[in-house]
Design a protein around this ligand. Structure first.
Ligand SMILES: [Cu+2]
Length: 159
C-alpha cells in the first residue's frame, strides 16, 4: 500500500467523520418548517414491555403549535403522557390529548415530564438501533423522526 493511498484514506475518513454529526444532534423539521424536532432518544426496552421516547420540539410560528399524536409500528398503543408530582409527592402519569407549544417555545420531552409512551412493545428497543416515530400536529403537519435507542438507564439524549 503506497504512502499516498494511506494519506488519502486517512483524509477521507476524517472528512466523513466531520460530515456526520451524532444522530441525537440532527434536527428534523416538518415540510413547512413550523416544527423543528431535535435530540430524539429512547431508552432500551424489552419486548412486551413499555417504551418511552423523548425529543424536543420548537415552534417556529407566531401561533400555538399542537402536537396531537405519535405513532410507531413497534407498538399498537402509543400515547402522549405527562408525569407530574402531586401534592403528596407521588409521581403520576396522565395521558394528554395534545401538547401545546407556544410561539417560539421549545417543548422538551424528558424523564419525569412529557413523554411518548409505547405500551406492549411488539419488538424490543435495542441499544444502538433506531426506529421511526410519526408525529402529527393539529394543522395536519406530519413528521417522521428517527429515534436513536440508548442504554436502558439513559436519562438524556447524551446517554
Ligand atoms: Cu407514560
Amino acid at each position: 500500500m503506497s504512502k499516498t493511498f494511506l494519506s488519502k484514506l486517512g483524509c477521507s475518513a476524517l472528512v466523513a467523520t466531520l460530515l456526520i454529526p451524532p444522530a441525537h444532534a440532527t434536527a428534523q423539521q416538518t415540510a413547512d418548517g413550523d416544527a423543528v424536532v431535535e435530540n430524539a432518544w429512547a431508552p432500551a426496552a424489552e419486548q412486551g414491555g413499555v417504551g418511552t421516547a423523548y425529543f424536543s420540539v420548537r415552534n417556529t410560528t407566531p401561533e400555538p403549535l399542537r402536537l396531537i399524536d405519535a405513532r410507531t409500528d413497534l407498538a399498537s398503543i402509543v400515547a402522549l403522557h405527562k408525569t407530574e408530582v402531586d401534592t403528596k409527592g407521588v409521581a403520576r402519569m396522565s395521558a394528554l390529548p395534545t401538547a401545546t407549544i407556544e410561539p417560539g417555545v421549545t417543548l422538551t420531552l424528558e424523564p419525569g415530564g412529557f413523554h411518548v409512551m409505547m405500551i406492549d412493545l411488539e419488538k424490543p428497543l435495542l441499544e444502538g438501533q433506531s426506529f421511526p416515530l410519526r408525529l402529527k400536529f393539529y394543522d395536519m403537519d406530519e413528521l417522521t423522526i428517527e429515534v436513536p435507542i440508548l442504554g436502558a438507564t439513559a436519562r438524556g439524549p447524551g446517554g
